[in-house]
Design a protein around this ligand. Sequence first.
Ligand code: UTP
Length: 464
Amino acid sequence: MTVPAELRQKLQQYRQEHVLAWWDRLTENERRQLIEQLSSIDLDRLTRLYAEREHTYRPPDSSRIKPLAIVPADAPDNAAMRAAGEETLRRGEVAALVVAGGQGSRLGFDHPKGMYPIGPISRKSLFQIHAEKVLALGRRYGKQPPFLIMTSPATDAETRQFFADHAYFGLPREEVFFFCQGTMPALDLATGKLLLEAPGRLFLSPDGHGGTLTALSKSGLLEQLRRRGIRHLFYFQVDNPLVKVADPIFLGRHLAQRSEASSKIVPKQGPKDRLGNLVLVDGRCTMIEYSDLPDSLANERDANGRLRLWAGSPAIHIFDMDFLARVTAGAGLLPFHIARKKVPYLDDTGQIVQPQKENALKFERFIFDVLPLAERWLVMETSHREEFAPLKNAEGADSPQTVQAALTNLAADWLRCAGIEVPRTANGEPAVALEVSPLFALDAEEFAARVDRNIRINGATYFV
Ligand code: UTP
């Protein structure tokens, strides 16, 4: 196999021929794979991104940032909203999409994060908990919502195998859709050269959760789902087992507002919480990353001492399918965010170098950059306790321990709503592990209707 002349010429034009330095020593298979990788990257775009590296995102000036109107969690019209949301589920107009393409580097688990056994008693994986919620929705409303799983080359094969090994957790096979997000190469910070991770292989990483939109569209799934009448896409992250998948109240509000992009928010616990901030910028719903929110604004408080910008994002959204079709029709779509990272690479002598400081630029798209493109939006409050406990780290905050405690707390709250108390420690936390299978109940109301009110909780209890 030889390098196609056109490709060689393009590499020369963009001064990236070094990626062929090991060509003579590659096997035929390695050559084919390298050609495939090189043909799929857009050297022109990369050159432009490199040229812009110093002019990366600048947060909007404080005077342009305002608080958003937010529907409170306990709004008086929740019952009507729920009825409307349930109707759209009964009509089969909703799909659920989980993004599971991340590398989960902070958790340090050897498999895709979705495979992490998080159930405090059951040890069910994140994937199983999500899949069972989708299954339970189908049973409750008589129409099975399709379940879309976005993977990346790093998680794709293992994720598909995991679902197959577990018979798709009871979901009909034809309602489970895997699609793989794109990748982006990393560039050497000093020279803009493509980095190799092996003689015949570029260093590539997933292109960010914003890659969802391009991948949905490219895979043909967006059109396929629209054709079968799916009108709303419920979007969530694989690391949050508390998420209320396709929450009917949220859906009802999204419908009532004719919203194109709806978001849930959780009240920030402090000004510098590591959460995206949902705000208005120039009159549009916009997310500003915690690291980009000017300190003065982050610390502003109202007369009651409450943070003025208090809306943190748990990355829970509903997108209108026509809106997604409209925004994905544009060529450029979402911007790339540029990050300086340490990336191990193959040097000129064929040695892998582990850099001590940032040596590379990585490029990612973020899903929330689509929010300001919406003409109509809706923002609704929820709470950490009810709906947000992400698994990010191996220890400390957002770790298996805190996520399992959150699952136990949620079950204890549902038990209390049903009039059943649980043994508690001196500081009021449940003293035993508790867990509710999504197939037993999806929310406090369903739990109260199903649980035997005469039970006594004396030890770890799993409702299944
Ligand atoms: P995070 O940004 O928290 O990344 O992803 P992560 O992969 O879970 O963990 P770290 O940062 O490497 O430790 C938030 C959500 O977005 C998904 C993740 O799978 C997770 O559900 N994601 C992230 C993607 O699907 N693709 C990406 O390229 C990045």
